[in-house]
Design a protein around this ligand. Structure first.
Ligand SMILES: Cc1ncc(COP(=O)(O)O)c(C=O)c1O
Length: 377
């Protein structure tokens, strides 16, 4: 099978899985129990927190374990909104955020009376920093901008946003780094909250992480016990927390080498796609090497996807979280591309596990599929 949907999720790293299974067998104890077994689980959990903090160059009390990236996004955005609403009720985000940010902002508007500015993007999926500058108001409390877009791969100008926000010290800055972790170098300086997800880096599903700067306070979404500094009540899913440190360590191992390899593969993939008539590449400008969005003009993307699936090749039409809606993806709509381009978009996402032969097979089969659809017309 040729798997080219790494932005949706990634296969488990075998070492991670092995360690996790061993942990599960040994450590079913509650990490908050005060007998020695519970204390031991808690020690391992806190050790993992410390290691994660070290790898991300932050303090360990700034690492909050969550169940996924979506939860981390909800926790940060709602937590900041509720905590700082007395200062103002205005939030700035972008029009192409992942649904876990976008729908959270919609809920804050519709249910809780916040006002949200959705920054537009250009046809390559990048915001313009002047739009951000113009949108900041006296009652703005939060700017939430994703680092790498999951559908088109655009990298937003995070460092420039940090610079703008230096003049607005009361405005919190949250970054959805789910597609960025392990793919590009991450610098959390100047950021108040950042979201991560384990299953995008060959880790476990049901495992995520929120970075929350000490100077930022959140209203908790899950009230309950003392777990996660009182921010997330409920018995700790300790073994997933413990194995997350190993997951990240392995993801960051040989970083430069992996980055170079994926970048080379990306160039090869784009070059090959460009040889196919009717194909337009939508991923342009400052982008991730891991995601290539392209349109086969005049073809239904679902038909191509399933025809490739029959040949044992897996790609996607858009974000897996909104793949079941039939209309054009919200992200593609926001790029203001011609209708036939937006309607026919497909996403290929690669990783350091992808082989050049897999790209060759994909290109060969894509040509075959397009030819066969053309003949049937
Ligand atoms: C950019 C982005 N943010 C957030 C998420 C949500 O992460 P999770 O699947 O861990 O909830 C995803 C998942 O696809 C994503 O791509």
């Amino acid at each position: 099978m040729v798997y080219l949907d790494y932005a949706a999720t990634t296969p488990y790293n075998k070492d991670v899985l092995k360690t996790y299974t061993q942990l599960l067998e040994k450590y079913f104890y509650n990490a908050d129990s005060i007998y020695s077994q519970g204390i031991e689980v808690n020690r391992l959990l806190e050790k993992s927190r410390g290691l994660l903090a070290k790898m991300l160059d932050v303090d360990e009390e700034e690492m909050i374990f969550t169940s996924c990236g979506s939860e981390a996004n909800n926790m940060a955005i709602k937590g900041i909104a509720f905590q700082y609403q007395n200062r103002g009720k205005h939030i700035i985000t972008t029009s192409i955020e992942h649904s876990s940010v976008y729908e959270t902002c919609k809920e804050l508007e519709e249910v809780f009376g916040f006002e949200v500015t959705y920054l537009p993007v250009d046809h390559t999926g990048h915001i313009h920093i002047d739009d951000l500058k113009k949108s900041i108001r006296n009652d703005t409390i939060l700017v939430s901008v994703m680092c790498i877009n999951n559908e088109v791969g655009s990298i937003q100008p995070i460092e420039e946003i940090k610079n703008v926000l230096k003049d607005h010290p009361l405005v919190k800055f949250h970054v959805d780094m789910v597609q960025a972790l392990g793919k590009i170098k991450i610098d959390l300086k100047g950021i108040d909250c950042a979201s991560f997800s384990a299953h995008k880096i060959n880790g476990l599903k049901g495992s995520g992480l929120l970075f929350k700067r000490k100077s930022t306070t959140l209203v908790p979404l899950i009230n309950g016990g003392q777990q996660e500094f009182g921010l997330r009540g409920g018995t700790s899913n300790a073994c997933t927390y413990i194995v997350l440190a190993k997951t990240l360590r392995l993801a960051l191992e040989n970083f430069d080498q992996k980055e170079k390899y994926v970048s080379k593969l990306n160039k090869y993939l784009i070059k090959e796609l460009q040889t196919i008539p009717d194909v337009i590449i939508n991923t342009r400008g400052k982008v991730s090497s891991h995601i290539v969005n392209f349109s086969c003009i005049g073809y239904k993307p679902e038909v191509i996807l399933h025809a490739l699936e029959e040949k044992d090749i897996l790609i996607s039409t858009r974000s897996a979280c909104s793949s079941k809606t039939s209309d054009v993806s919200r992200v593609m709509q926001q790029l203001h591309l011609p209708d036939e381009v937006a309607k026919s978009a497909l996403r290929v996402s690669i990783s350091d596990l992808t082989k050049e032969e897999e790209i060759d097979k994909f290109i060969y089969c894509l040509k075959e599929v397009l030819d066969s659809i053309k003949k049937q017309r």
